[in-house]
Write a protein that binds this ligand. Structure first.
Ligand code: MG
Length: 355
């Protein structure tokens, strides 16, 4: 079960329509697929470069994976803890590259034990209800996208905002009017506001009696004091996304009482191994935990879904990214029935690749 080879393959997948946030606008995904080969088993993982968030580009991910290959080569995958410790110790940062390798390793270990990954992690394979993301746009565009998502069977929407608060309030109002009072709304400002702007936004929507489930990453990622200021001035739960990459970030921001919950993403934290630690920290601290993804294809999101299905503390699912993709880069993995995600019952991640 020694690791013989780690290779990458870049697969470009166009999106059905442009995806826009306060940070970026993308019309295709560059999937850096990773294949890890051992005797008898091949594991698949995938990274996406999100330079404005993680600092990683396609070139840096491929270079990092080459470095990781040298560090892991010859290790026996059954010594899973040693393999994971080596993966994370062999270089600093490069979380998305590590995440791709991590999910391929979990894929192999699931295949070796002939069990789906969610079962290996202790889960019962529950279905997950994902939200649907509405890109940042004009009032009319956002209302239209929201109405369409509801028509397509989604009852939780995540609105991308983070511009001038007055404009954002009007967009949120238009969406609420378009979808009615029953639909649950999550707001993600992607660091777009100052702490005072965020509070001004929350005050305005409170005066308009617009209810939302949670507010994600209102201010700059490293502004933990700003996150705390927003949290102290609203009744709505404030979640950290870009503020938390590592388990250490999670401990620091929780110790400051700056947040009500954390949105875990494998591309930020370096994969399932570290995501489990963050989930355990949130559970121990009694704060909320949800799981999301970058704009990525179903390979990485399938890994996130296995984790989500295994951990009770993870109660929110923001795993709609594959629905934006025109053509999946691999067969198998999770399937969608509108907002409901079903996990594959095959060993490992459940993609159909040889080995
Ligand atoms: Mg976010």
């Amino acid at each position: 079960m020694k690791i013989k080879n780690i290779r990458t393959q870049t697969i470009l997948t166009p999106l059905k329509k442009k995806f826009k946030t306060a940070l970026r606008s993308v019309d295709k995904i560059e999937n850096i697929c990773v294949f890890i080969e051992t005797k008898g088993f091949t594991g698949i993982g995938c990274a996406v470069p999100t330079a404005v968030i993680t600092g990683e580009t396609a070139m840096s991910i491929k270079g990092a994976i080459q470095h990781i290959h040298e560090a892991l080569s010859g290790l026996d995958i059954r010594d899973f803890e040693i393999v994971m410790q080596t993966l994370h110790a062999c270089m600093k940062g490069n979380h998305s590259a590590k995440a791709a390798v991590d999910m391929a390793l979990y894929d192999i270990i699931g295949k070796f034990y002939k069990t789906p990954l969610y079962r290996f992690l202790g889960g019962d394979g529950k279905c997950l209800e994902t939200d649907m993301t509405v890109s940042i746009g004009t009032l009319e565009e956002m209302a239209l996208d929201a109405r369409e998502a509801v028509k397509n069977g989604f009852s939780i929407l995540k609105l991308k905002l983070g511009r001038e608060p007055g404009l954002d309030v009007n967009c949120l109002k238009a969406v609420r009017q378009a979808v009615g009072p029953e639909i649950r709304l999550r707001i993600d400002a992607n660091q777009g506001w100052s702490p005072k702007q965020a509070v001004s936004f929350m005050d305005k929507i409170a005066r308009e009696n617009i209810c939302i489930d949670l507010l994600e990453q209102p201010v700059h990622a490293r502004d933990y004091k700003g996150m705390k200021f927003v949290r102290n001035n609203t009744d709505v739960p404030v979640y950290a996304d870009e503020s938390v990459f590592s388990p250490q970030d999670a401990m620091e921001i929780i110790n400051m009482d700056a947040i009500d919950g954390i949105n875990i993403k494998l591309m930020k934290c370096g994969g399932i191994y570290n995501a489990l630690k963050i989930a355990a920290i949130t559970e121990s601290a009694g704060v909320g935990c949800m799981i999301g993804s970058m704009m990525e294809s179903h390979i990485g999101v399938t890994a996130a879904a296995h984790l989500a299905a295994a951990k009770k503390v993870i109660t929110g699912y923001d795993l709609d990214a594959p629905l934006f993709v025109k053509k999946a880069p691999a067969q198998g993995g999770i399937t969608y029935n509108a907002s409901i995600i079903t996990l594959p019952d095959l060993p490992g991640l459940g993609h159909n690749i040889n080995g």
